[in-house]
Design a protein around this ligand. Structure first.
Ligand SMILES: *Cc1c(COP(=O)(O)O)cnc(C)c1O
Length: 391
């Protein structure tokens, strides 16, 4: 049995059996592998939004800074303030942008923001002038995602106007892909073309912008031409992809020396085992009925920990190095697994929800497929009451 879990938790004074084990040296290796994919001179903004995709932003950001990351990307300003308070000094971009009320915090903490409207640009400029400083902004071009950004045909005019605001500093021009992970490359190519058109016009107008960026993890793997001079990988650093089908990525992954490994493993332990007679309907709603005399084990993990109820009856877990099906409705704090076919299971045994045990591995992408979602959501929804244990 793997004892890391127990020893790591007791070291930290944590006793919860359900933990997310985070391997920071794997994160470092993934970062190095990612860098091997970059053309010379291309910099990296590691995306650490949503608590580093559930991995814990401070340990992850600290390791990435030690590895030489050039900048960090976050979703909301609070995440940037936290990083600054913890002493992280690299440039930080609030990818999701800010509201006017957040300008003072942005300036005070030396953060930079995505910029999409002239109103915000002007308000920022006036405030920066009052505080006798300059604020870094990143102009976003909407090439198809249609969340944030200036439309390509208004881009040059917008950039000129922002340039005229002397207390603003245009740090970068960027866009974001909506289907870089999909098999058909057409729409990504179209987005890239729109973005390149804007860059082309910019070059023929005047002055350059220091950083140009577009590539998320999937684009970094599949569209090397989208690297420009900065990339913004997130999920790849945490060792996951958007689907368990690695085929589209195989070529580039095979060139890797170290490859990308999952940083997080989700583990728990059996709290109770019951012999249940044939024909018994289990858990809330009696959704699963035993077809024979069964051994049912209870796990102290439920949807309040991020094990989505919609996964009920669809997933498997690892126990004693074998796969066992989860059965019945997942409850708030507990769920059930059928261990009838797994020999010599005991209360207290380690159970892996995703990760490796013995020779078996369950990838987070597998859970995502079963839950009709993406690995991103599973990772970042692992709840606050699940301790992150760093190994
Ligand atoms: C989240 C995010 C990324 C990172 O995406 P991954 O698919 O995790 O690599 C990059 N850029 C922006 C704007 C994002 O919001």
């Amino acid at each position: 049995m793997d004892l890391t879990l127990n020893s790591a938790s007791s070291q930290m004074g944590l006793h919860r059996a359900t933990v997310a084990e985070i391997n920071i040296s794997t994160l470092r290796k993934n970062f190095k592998s990612m860098r091997e994919l970059l053309k010379p001179g291309v910099e990296t903004m590691a995306v650490v939004k949503a608590d580093a995709y559930g991995h814990g932003v401070i340990p992850c950001a600290t390791a990435l800074v030690e590895e030489g990351v050039d900048a960090l990307g976050i979703g909301i300003i609070e995440e940037g303030i936290l990083l600054r308070e913890q002493g992280i000094q690299v440039p930080i971009q609030v990818l999701g942008g800010i509201f006017p009320e957040e300008i003072d915090d942005l300036i005070r903490h030396n953060l930079t923001t995505t910029l999409c409207t002239l109103e915000l640009a002007k308000t920022l400029a006036i405030r920066a002038e009052k505080l006798n400083t300059r604020v870094g902004v990143h102009i976003k071009i909407n090439t198809g995602m249609s969340r944030l950004g200036v439309s390509p045909d208004q881009a040059i005019d917008f950039i000129e106007q922002v340039r005229s605001l002397k207390t603003l500093r245009i740090d970068s021009l960027f866009t974001h892909f909506s289907t870089a992970d999909e098999a058909v490359p057409d729409f990504t190519r179209k987005q890239l073309q729109e973005f390149e058109n804007v860059i082309g016009k910019l070059v023929s107008s005047k002055g350059s912008i220091p950083k140009i960026h577009a590539a998320n993890s999937s684009a970094l793997l599949k569209f090397p031409e989208s690297q420009f001079n900065l990339v913004r990988p997130g999920i790849l650093l945490y060792g996951a992809l958007t689907s368990p089908d690695l085929e589209p990525y195989r070529k580039v992954l095979e060139q890797q020396k170290t490859g990308f490994q999952p940083v997080m493993q989700w583990k728990t332990r059996i709290i109770n085992i019951n012999e249940i007679p044939v024909g018994s309907a289990l858990s809330y709603g009696r959704q699963f009925t035993t077809r024979k005399q069964s051994r049912i084990a209870t796990l102290p993990v439920g949807y309040a920990d991020g094990l989505q109820r919609s996964l009920s009856g669809k997933i498997e877990v690892l126990v004693r190095g074998a796969r066992a099906p989860q059965v019945g409705s997942i409850c708030m704090d507990l769920c059930l697994i059928d261990v009838t076919e797994v020999p010599s299971v005991r209360e207290g045994d380690e159970v892996v929800l995703f990760g490796t045990q013995g020779k078996e591995t369950i990838r987070i992408e597998e859970l995502a497929v079963q839950g009709n979602t993406v690995p991103y959501e599973i990772m970042c929804c692992i709840g606050k009451r699940v301790p992150r244990v760093y190994i």
